[in-house]
Design a protein around this ligand. Structure first.
Ligand SMILES: Cc1cc2nc3c(=O)[nH]c(=O)nc-3n(C[C@H](O)[C@H](O)[C@H](O)COP(=O)(O)O)c2cc1C
Length: 190
């Protein structure tokens, strides 16, 4: 598939077939994803791949976090739906930020946060497009941030949780979601 086709065909997939994804495929996707650009080539990303029992434990961990948040009367938005997608997907990859800004004074911490966030977005999108190229479906999930502390404990890491990616064989072909026209969002200064 060429890059333009992968960009055009990619959709957020929220329903997956139970078919497993082979480890070598995930390794190839990660190898492609880390080709993404990053500020100063700092590569702030870290990944934790969960499958089978570990993925089930992750979903349980987030289910408990969801109930905790709801018991405090706070809204959890689309988290229930995201958890359903994670439960169906054979693999969920947690994405962490190495948090190298920790020791910086302000305002550099804020700048580094913005910069790292862009690098992390680049690695996630590269992963998504590579998966699309291989006929796999993905969901980029930030709802996991409702359970940051418990997920860090689950993964045994103190890095900053950024997102999760659910990965598997799609069991749906969603319609293209609408986009604002770039012409309305772009000022062209000649
Ligand atoms: C930063 C980011 C966070 C997202 N978090 C979630 C999420 O937690 N749950 C979910 O179902 N979709 C999530 N999505 C997917 C978006 O809802 C989706 O990309 C958007 O509706 C456009 O649909 P499309 O991806 O099919 O084009 C996220 C996407 C991005 C880029």
């Amino acid at each position: 598939m060429d890059t333009k086709d992968a960009i055009a065909a990619r959709r957020s997939i929220r329903s997956f077939k139970p078919d497993p994804v082979e480890r070598r495929v995930v390794e190839e996707l990660l190898e492609l994803a880390v080709q993404a650009p990053s500020a100063k080539n700092d590569q702030p990303w870290r990944f934790v791949v969960t499958e089978r029992q570990s993925k089930e434990r992750l979903v349980e961990t987030l289910q408990q976090a969801l109930e905790e948040v709801e018991s405090q009367g706070q809204s959890t938005g689309s988290m229930r739906g995201s958890l359903q997608a994670m439960a169906e997907a054979p693999l969920v990859i947690l994405v962490f930020n190495r948090m190298s800004r920790r020791h910086l004074p302000q305002p550099y911490q804020y700048v580094k946060l913005l910069v790292d966030t862009q690098s992390l977005g680049a690695v996630i999108q590269t992963f998504l497009l590579a998966a699309q190229d291989m006929g796999l479906g993905t969901l980029w999930i930030c709802d996991v941030l409702f359970g940051t502390g418990p997920v860090q404990e689950f993964a045994g890491c103190t890095d900053e949780l950024v997102a999760a990616i659910a990965l598997g064989v799609p069991a749906e072909s969603p319609q293209k979601r609408p986009r604002l026209a770039w012409q309305e969002l772009t000022a062209w200064m000649e």
